[in-house]
Design a protein around this ligand. Structure first.
Ligand SMILES: NC(=O)c1ccc[n+]([C@@H]2O[C@H](COP(=O)([O-])OP(=O)(O)OC[C@H]3O[C@@H](n4cnc5c(N)ncnc54)[C@H](O)[C@@H]3O)[C@@H](O)[C@H]2O)c1
Length: 324
């Protein structure tokens, strides 16, 4: 990818996906401005980026339009990753989720329009599909979100399309399917792979909400970064595009795979009640991403898990026996 001298903004730069995207952009020679209010992000995630003279970090909130107007001056592209990201928390606090995600994107789009920004790329989510039975999920299918988080992401996509149709702003929404990898938080509201990895390293049994037959299209972070870079170069204004591995796995199989790779088959897999807002099956049709972006995932789930574990081993200097 060729970068102009104009900086690129990554919102949510101290979060899981935003920080990985920031590092990749810096590696490719871009000037990056990261913004984050540190609600869920960590300064530790941008320690590496901060060593680069091409990186600037601003602590601030996407709901603050004057802050955005100030930061976005002379910017070329915005990768909008900041969000209220927890599905279960959105069930508890729907207005907060709406405030950050929907009011936040309106501010981002208004600032981008005012300042003639070239392109806005938005991190949407497979949660917009809800529990519709047809699989794999295609972009033109019915969307019936079953959580306030999914509803907010759907509204954001509609705003992204509307700002293209009404104001001619170049926007693309990428619907991510369950992303995993380095820097994902190991906390109650995180993705299941990060939680189970934490359990495994502490020699704790794994817990599955429900019977474990539910499945997800776990997508490795490096493939999500690849998709964002392709989207930045593409000419697909107003489009909404699935980004997934295109390769679903049940939670039971995933738990067993993680125990196998980490050589911890003695740990148990326990089942508890399903969580409200959780969908049963999710699996991406990625033909549109292939066609419009030239996107092909490089990592299957096992390869992604191994890459993630290698990173974890090096970062924390731990002795982990990875079975390849
Ligand atoms: N991780 C996934 O599996 C997944 C799947 C689908 C979509 N997404 C989307 O991808 C994006 C990145 O997700 P992530 O997993 O890195 O989550 P994350 O929580 O690690 O990152 C989000 C970042 O946004 C910041 N933030 C929250 N509210 C803010 C505000 N008001 N102003 C400024 N910054 C704010 C947080 O502090 C955090 O650093 C989000 O939009 C998320 O909805 C993620």
């Amino acid at each position: 990818m060729n970068f102009t001298d104009k900086p690129i903004v990554v919102t949510g730069a101290a979060g899981f996906i935003g920080s990985n995207l920031t590092d990749k952009l810096l590696e490719l020679g871009a000037n990056v401005i990261g913004i984050d209010n540190l609600f869920n992000g960590r300064l530790e995630n941008i320690e590496k980026a901060k060593k680069s003279s091409n990186f600037e970090f601003h602590k601030g909130d996407i709901r603050d339009l004057s802050f955005l107007l100030d930061i976005f001056k002379d910017v070329s592209i915005i990768f909008h990753q900041a969000a209220f990201t927890s599905v279960p928390q959105s069930v508890k606090m729907p207005s907060n989720c709406n405030d950050v995600n929907v009011n936040g994107i309106i501010n981002i789009l208004n600032a981008a329009r005012t300042l003639d920004i070239e392109k806005v790329i938005f991190a949407s989510s497979s949660s917009v599909y809800g529990d519709t039975p047809t699989l794999p999920k295609r972009e033109d299918m019915k969307r019936l979100p079953i959580s306030p988080y999914g509803v907010a992401k759907l509204a954001c996509e509609a705003y992204m399309q509307t700002y293209y149709q009404v104001y001619g702003l170049d926007t693309i929404s990428l619907r991510y399917f369950n992303v995993f990898g380095p820097r994902q938080k190991d906390s109650t509201y995180s993705g299941v792979i990060a939680i189970w990895l934490g359990n495994i390293l502490r020699n704790e049994n794994l817990t599955i909400f429900g019977d474990g037959k539910n499945s997800r299209d776990f997508t490795y972070i490096k493939d999500v970064i690849q998709a964002n870079l392709l989207a930045a170069e593409s000419d697909s204004p107003g489009e909404i595009i699935n980004i997934g591995a295109g390769n679903p796995i049940s939670l039971n199989d995933l738990a067993n795979l993680m125990l196998k790779i980490t050589n911890k088959k003695d740990l148990k897999i326990n089942h508890t009640d399903p969580r409200p807002g959780d969908i049963i099956h999710s699996f991406a049709d990625i033909s549109k991403a292939k066609k419009l972006l030239g996107f092909t995932p490089i990592y299957n789930q096992e390869e992604g898990l191994i890459d993630y574990l290698e990173w974890y081993k090096n970062k924390h200097n731990i002795n982990l026996d990875i079975k390849k």
